[in-house]
Design a protein around this ligand. Structure first.
Ligand SMILES: [Zn+2]
Length: 539
């Protein structure tokens, strides 16, 4: 070798060598000794970055090592195309608005293809030994048809339903999100103690971080424990009075309090007091007001006590249908204003740090989330906790310390998986329609279908398609173990949707795949979603 090697020349020579010999990277599904790697398909909203380089060099190491060991290695390369990041690039960089749907989608396709071309080149230049003939894009017609087929299959198995439910809503992104995309962020806030007049001339004292939801409140809950009246006629938990050195006038059993009624100030709504085992006696005054919907507990309590659903927050995060002084204000502004409007009823205000449910999956959003009832599609996972805990045992996670992250997350499931995304244009359409109040899947031979574009296909069903909803992007990437096998089985074959059911059965014979390399930060999304989807689908 030259004493002063010119790496630019050497790189070209090596790339030429790989390109000439790319047959050695080829995986043949019909040959034995398979070693299948489920590579993470990068998002195509931008160019490849250092993270991708690192990730793909690791996988490349393993793929080459396994080939040297004599394995028939499958190292696929895929691209995960849909999603908000691309929409934002098209809006901000190309200055194309979402008003003209068709034009916008076309711009997203162009942007995506450009990024894929660039990324593909980068991976080649890295000397990555991926199989050149099995590159998949989630916007390939055959990939889209495959995803839609899996949705139809789950629907037919009773695993997908459409229902009206308070969903997690990001007012900033203006879309629904799933619990996999949400998390708690510690934020500064205020705990506001509000005096609610009772019909015996006293005040029930509640503590809330969300006074702006006042008009959504219709019930007061207490713990099954001891309460007291203090010298200012405040009714609080005994423990709160003692901790704060309040002079106790008399004690109340919780049953006595249940006979009282409170009036919600400003709106003058009468509300009952009920005792409930789930109320945290030790938090605040041991008394809570239930508003639709301030947090996930409110959803449970609303269902349990069949409360009216009074919505105070709009999709863009403003107060609606409430008192005039705050109507139209942003939630944060209204919260601030309530301190002034409610001043006759405020006992005290405490500055606190608390955990706020936020859109944590997107680091450029992080907005607090709201619960807004909407009719959407859900995968029924709420009651699958035990099964998912069993399924995860089939996977060996390295390092083992990360298993805990997955198990904690599974134990955390308390709601179904909302898979509808509204206001998102750059996404896959649902292969369902509604007719006479019932949901039906389309025929397999019509896949892929996009009601926004395939007007002819749609016409014959004479039903209502869900044109304003697209599929959660994780639905597309959570079947990569199946999709890569699908690509291996259909290489050089013309796409025919009618073959999907048969192909699907064939794919199952090759499961499980052998290896996946992935970041810990997507354990709760990519890994969790894959475990759920693949196990439900392979049944
Ligand atoms: Zn957001």
């Amino acid at each position: 070798m030259d004493k002063r090697p010119d790496y630019k020349i050497i790189e070209k020579e090596i790339l030429n060598l790989w390109n000439k010999n790319k047959e050695i990277f080829k995986f043949d599904i019909n040959k034995d000794q398979r070693y299948i790697i489920d590579t993470p398909p990068p998002f195509t909203s931008g160019e490849a970055h250092m993270g991708h380089a690192l990730e793909f060099i690791w996988i490349d190491f393993l793929a080459r090592y396994k080939r040297l060991e004599g394995y028939n290695v499958y190292f696929p390369l895929g691209f995960d195309c849909h999603g908000l990041p691309t929409e934002l690039k098209v809006i901000n960089k190309l200055k194309i608005s979402k008003e003209n749907k068709e034009q916008f989608i076309k711009a997203c396709i162009d942007w995506t293809n450009k990024m894929i071309e660039s990324m593909h080149k980068t991976f080649e230049r890295l000397g990555s030994s991926f199989d050149r003939d099995k590159v998949y894009k989630t916007i390939d017609r055959k990939y889209e048809a495959f995803v839609q087929y899996t949705l139809i299959k789950m629907f037919n198995d009773g695993l997908i339903e459409r229902k009206r439910y308070p969903i997690m809503w990001c007012p900033k992104c203006q879309t629904a999100i799933s619990m996999q995309e949400a998390g708690y962020l510690e934020k500064e806030g205020y705990l506001i103690y509000i005096k609610l007049p009772t019909n015996n001339g006293k005040y029930i004292l509640i503590a809330t971080t969300r006074p702006e939801l006042i008009n959504s409140c219709s019930l007061i809950l207490i713990a099954k424990n001891k309460y007291v009246e203090t010298e200012n006629s405040l009714i609080v938990s005994k423990i709160y009075a003692e901790k704060n050195n309040l002079k106790i006038i008399r004690e109340y059993d919780y049953k006595e309090l249940e006979n009282l009624e409170v009036t919600i100030p400003l709106i003058n709504r009468k509300a009952k007091i009920i005792s409930d085992n789930d109320v945290d006696y030790n938090f605040g005054t041991g008394i809570v007001w239930i508003c639709t919907y301030g947090d996930p507990y409110d959803i449970k309590w609303k269902e349990k006590y069949n409360l009216p659903e009074i919505i105070s927050i709009s999709e863009d995060g403003r107060i609606i249908s409430s008192i005039n002084e705050i109507n139209g204000l942003k939630v944060e502004e209204a919260r601030e204003k309530m301190k002034e409007i409610l001043k006759d009823y405020i006992y005290k205000i405490e500055k606190i740090n608390h955990n706020v449910l936020s859109h944590t999956e997107r680091s450029d959003c992080l907005s607090p989330l709201e619960f807004i009832p909407k009719e959407q599609f859900f995968i029924k996972i709420k009651d699958l906790k035990e099964k998912i805990l069993e399924w995860q045992k089939d996977i060996k996670i390295i390092p083992e310390s990360e298993v805990k992250r997955l198990i904690d997350w599974i134990n955390n499931i308390d709601q179904d998986w909302n898979i509808s995304r509204t206001k998102m244009l750059w996404g896959l359409a649902f292969p369902f329609y509604e007719k006479d109040g019932k949901i039906y899947p389309v025929n397999i031979e019509d896949l892929p279908i996009d009601p926004r574009i395939d007007k002819e296909k749609v016409k014959k069903y004479a039903g209502k398609f869900f044109e304003d909803e697209t599929v959660d992007v994780w639905i597309e990437s959570s079947i990569t173990p199946l999709a890569i096998l699908y690509y291996a089985l259909t290489e050089n074959k013309e796409f025919n949707p009618k073959e999907l059911p048969e192909l699907f059965d064939k794919i199952k014979e090759y499961l499980p795949v052998d290896l996946r390399q992935q970041g810990y930060e997507i354990i709760r999304t990519w890994l969790f979603d894959t475990i759920v989807r693949v196990n439900l689908l392979k049944k």
